[in-house]
Ligand binder design. Structure first.
Ligand SMILES: [Zn+2]
Length: 411
């Protein structure tokens, strides 16, 4: 009998795969390959004959086509093996709350850690589910080992049920997503897919086809420095200038005052002495226009503040970080439409969402592999309160299978 998706998940989360932003290597931590090796072996065992781990720690494999049609696109399903550096992933002891009956869930390894319904209202939809948590002393790693387990289970199911018609399906497991380097070494030519789906979202039924568009801004200020005893009417302190700029930032365009589809201007760094100071910002919005408007506002504030300091000067540098993948996905609307339909066929009401951040999928989309994000079922990512429902993981497996079937059907 095949392992359930939960059996797989429980096997993967105990393997420590935390990534490390300070490491220059790829993968950033060698231990990520421990999971990679296991996954490659398990793929071979279920009949994915070309499965292998490459030197960068990525796992590739192919579920061969079962259709006789020759125009079915090649789909890739992808998930990341690493866990976030934000919280320990060493010695994960997964706990299963069988047939959850509602109420707060107290974690057994650290009594101060409680998953509260008031903070995680999604729990109300999970009554009767089996819920997997950590023991409270580590994160769980549902982000994104839930996605990995789901792709593995779907692969096994499709291989064992060759009567289900589908095109060739590529599997890709990446390293270092959590430190923003997840797709640095992906070989898209070798992958040979027409488009992909990351299995890395949260609530069952959601599909995300939007990410922020993101820029970084650096403002370098040169003031007029001199002995404070002789400064009257002459000194222009670059520290005061930087402070004046920060003070004039719109309070309603900050991360802490915005949500949904509203973007923000966010100061991330400040350093300075009297003669010069530097300000770092990140700017976020869902549209290019919104991004440009915010940057224009930031420059206007800077210019106006600087007008009061005629002896000082500044430079204002914008650096592109990433772009909303919707721009790419809108050119291929069926990629998201079919995912919506697959979610419905798997028995859920589809919900379309926007990610207030970037994903591997947004980078892949601009590298030529359009790639929206489908739910994996986990919640409270990057924390000891992380949890995932077994039944929701099964729904994700079903969604993958339906999606494979749908692309063949419509070809
Ligand atoms: Zn993730």
């Amino acid at each position: 009998m095949a392992d359930s998706v939960t059996d797989r998940f429980l096997r993967y989360v105990v393997i420590d795969t935390q990534s490390d932003a300070k490491s220059p290597t790829q993968p950033s931590t060698e231990k990520q390959k421990n999971l990679g090796r296991l996954l490659a072996e398990e793929l071979l065992a279920i009949g994915v004959t070309d499965a292998h781990l490459d030197e960068h720690g990525y796992v590739y494999g192919t579920i061969p086509a079962t259709t006789s049609k020759n125009n079915v696109p090649v789909i890739c399903f992808t998930a990341h093996m690493d866990t976030a550096p934000d919280f320990s992933g060493t010695g994960v002891k997964p706990q299963v709350v069988k047939n959850y009956q509602g109420g707060d869930i107290q974690l057994v390894g650290d009594r101060s850690q409680v998953i509260r319904v008031s903070e995680h209202p999604v729990l109300k939809d999970l009554v009767g589910h089996d819920i997997v948590t950590s023991d409270g002393t580590t994160l769980l790693g549902a982000d994104d080992k839930a996605g990995i387990a789901e792709i593995m289970s779907a692969a096994e199911f499709l291989i064992n049920n060759p009567d289900i018609k589908h095109g060739a399906i590529r599997i890709l497991f990446t390293t270092d997503e959590e430190i923003g380097r997840g797709v640095d070494k992906v070989d898209l030519k070798k992958l040979g897919a027409d488009f992909g789906y990351t299995m890395d979202g949260e609530t069952a039924g959601t599909i995300e086809d939007e990410t922020f568009s993101a820029d970084a801004v650096e403002i370098a200020i040169k003031g007029v420095a001199m002995h404070p005893g002789f400064a009257y009417g002459k000194m222009e302190n670059a520290i005061r200038i930087a402070g004046a700029i920060i003070d004039r930032l719109p309070k309603d365009q900050a991360p802490e005052t915005t949500r949904g589809r509203d973007g923000f201007i966010h100061p991330t760094g400040i350093s300075g002495v009297m003669e010069k100071s530097n300000l770092s910002f990140i700017v976020r919005d869902f549209t290019e226009e919104g991004l440009k408007t915010k940057e224009a506002l930031l420059e206007k504030i800077t210019r106006e503040v600087m007008a009061g300091y005629p002896g000082s000067s500044y430079t204002f540098t914008v650096k592109e970080q990433y772009r909303n993948m919707k721009v790419v996905l809108d050119r291929h609307p069926e990629i998201v439409e079919y995912a919506v339909e697959a979610i419905r066929r798997a028995g859920m009401e589809p919900v379309r969402g926007s990610i207030r951040g970037g994903t591997d999928g947004s980078r892949l989309s601009f590298m030529g592999l359009p790639c929206p994000n489908i739910f994996a079922g986990g919640h409270a990512f990057h924390s000891p309160l992380e949890f995932v429902s077994s039944q929701d993981m099964e729904k994700a497996v079903k969604t993958i299978v339906e999606l494979a079937r749908l692309w063949e059907e419509r070809a």
